[in-house]
Design a protein around this ligand. Structure first.
Ligand code: S3P
Length: 442
């Protein structure tokens, strides 16, 4: 499916963006591990999360949908995960497959994981290697790509120094540590999102965390942990909210209110960067739900945006927002330099290469760097557009260029737009309801 975004009027209205993807995966996973019935409210019903729901069923948990976003998981508790009957397909979802590999590897079962063409090209040794150090055995295509089979059980705790600030690596090792003998420690060069740690605490597991002055972060769990079922309220996804915010920032006269957005400080890098660019995002009513801080945003377009160079230390807290930030930077005055984000090369696509290619196609100068990109802003109203952009099936690349098209001089067409449903089902309809001109095209 191809979508076209045309220059649009103001973005106005009040919405609760879809549920947070990271927290949704974890609610299903911890619910499946726990003893008892976990009630989830606000679950993201995107394809990535639905893959995790199907996987938890394959491991023997009961997972039932009661209404939109209202799900109930009857966990395996002391019975542990059951041997799945066939292979488990994770579609496009890196988070789903990596966290599940960790959680399932503590049980004496064999599980084979598969994915779509994008996921099958993404590195899995970053998970499989630490699991092997804990005692799991694995086989994988081309020494570390899906399909991969993991034989679990009898794990021993490790002290793992992760080479990346990656919540997927950290979470996979911590979840494996729940069933390992001893205390498992994961150290990362900088804190990545901590939803696993927070939700484990909500489920009654002690997680110890420390951070050095230089930002080196350590998390620890003891083996033999027992999880008690909970009620989980999933806040709105700040990564999805970023697209709505960017749209309202670049359309004069916009007035948008976003409710219940997750404000976890390890996810707020995009908001901080928008603030540095001259956009102001007042937050109303700051509160806490299931260990996660949330707030409501008011978004109005600033008189102008200026280019910026966010510190590399902020990269992990906005890692999924680089595509939309690059699109927003096209509307700023001056240069925006994004760096410290080499991980973007191994996301759903090589996001550095694709953003630069798409920006140039839309008449915006941009250059690739090994760990980021430089965007030469053209100011509000100065972005030509008028291109068809390749997405390589990457949902966030697709949404970023659709938003860019709303503020450009000529329409922007995006290929493979059906992938948007992995993280933001109903994106085009919601945008239309707020005043955006986005439609299907041949
Ligand atoms: C996620 C972690 C991030 C992010 C991904 C979701 C998670 O990846 O890109 O979309 O839920 O743990 P990292 O492993 O790079 O932190």
């Amino acid at each position: 499916m191809r979508l076209v975004a045309r220059p649009s009027g103001p973005i106005r209205g009040r919405v609760r963006p879809p549920g947070d993807k990271s927290i949704s995966h974890r609610a299903l996973l911890l619910g499946a591990l726990a003893e008892g019935v976990t009630e989830i409210d606000g679950l993201l019903e995107g394809e990535d999360v639905l893959c995790t729901a199907a996987a938890m069923r394959a491991f023997g948990a009961e997972v039932a949908r009661h209404a939109l976003g209202r799900w109930r998981v009857t966990g395996r508790g002391s019975r542990g995960f059951a041997q799945p009957a066939g292979s488990i397909d994770f579609g496009n979802s890196g988070t789903g497959v990596r966290l599940t590999m960790g959680a399932a590897s503590t049980f004496p079962i064999r599980a084979t994981y598969t994915g779509d063409s994008s996921l099958s090209g993404r590195p899995m040794r970053r998970i499989l290697d630490p699991l092997a150090q804990m005692g799991a055995r694995w086989e994988a295509r081309d020494d570390g790509l899906l399909p991969a089979t993991v034989h679990g059980g009898d794990l021993k705790a490790i002290d793992y120094a992760s080479p990346h600030a990656s919540a997927q690596i950290k979470s996979a090792v911590l979840l494996a540590g729940l069933g390992a003998e001893g205390v498992t420690t994961v150290t990362e060069p900088r804190a990545s999102r901590d939803h696993t740690e927070r939700m484990l605490r909500a489920f009654g597991v002690a997680v110890e965390e420390t951070e050095t002055r230089e930002g080196i972060h350590t998390a620890r769990v003891a083996g033999g942990a027992r999880l008690a079922a909970q009620r989980v309220v999933v806040p709105a996804d700040p990564s999805s909210a970023a697209f709505l915010i960017a749209a309202a920032m670049i359309r004069p006269g916009s007035d948008l209110r976003l409710d219940d957005v997750c404000m976890n400080h390890l996810r707020t890098g995009f908001f901080e960067t928008v603030h540095d660019m001259g956009g102001i995002l007042p937050v109303e009513d700051y509160r806490v739900e299931t260990e996660e801080p949330i707030g409501d945003f008011i978004v109005r377009p600033p008189a102008g945006l200026r280019g910026t160079a966010p510190p590399e230390s902020r990269a992990a807290s906005m890692i999924d927002e680089y595509p939309i930030l690059s699109a927003l930077a096209a509307f700023a005055e001056g240069e925006t330099t994004l760096s410290g984000a080499a991980e973007l090369r191994v996301k759903e696509s090589d996001r550095i290469a694709l953003m630069v290619e798409g920006l140039r196609a839309c008449g915006v100068d941009a250059e690739e760097r090994s760990d980021g990109l430089v965007v030469h802003g053209r100011g509000m109203g100065g972005v030509p557009g008028g291109a068809t952009v390749r997405t390589h099936g990457d949902h966030r690349i697709a949404m970023s260029f659709l938003i860019l098209g709303l503020g450009a001089q000529s329409p922007v067409v995006v290929e493979d737009a059906e992938m948007i449903a992995t993280s933001f089902p109903g994106f085009a309809d919601l945008m239309r309801s707020l005043g955006a001109d986005i439609s299907e095209t041949a």
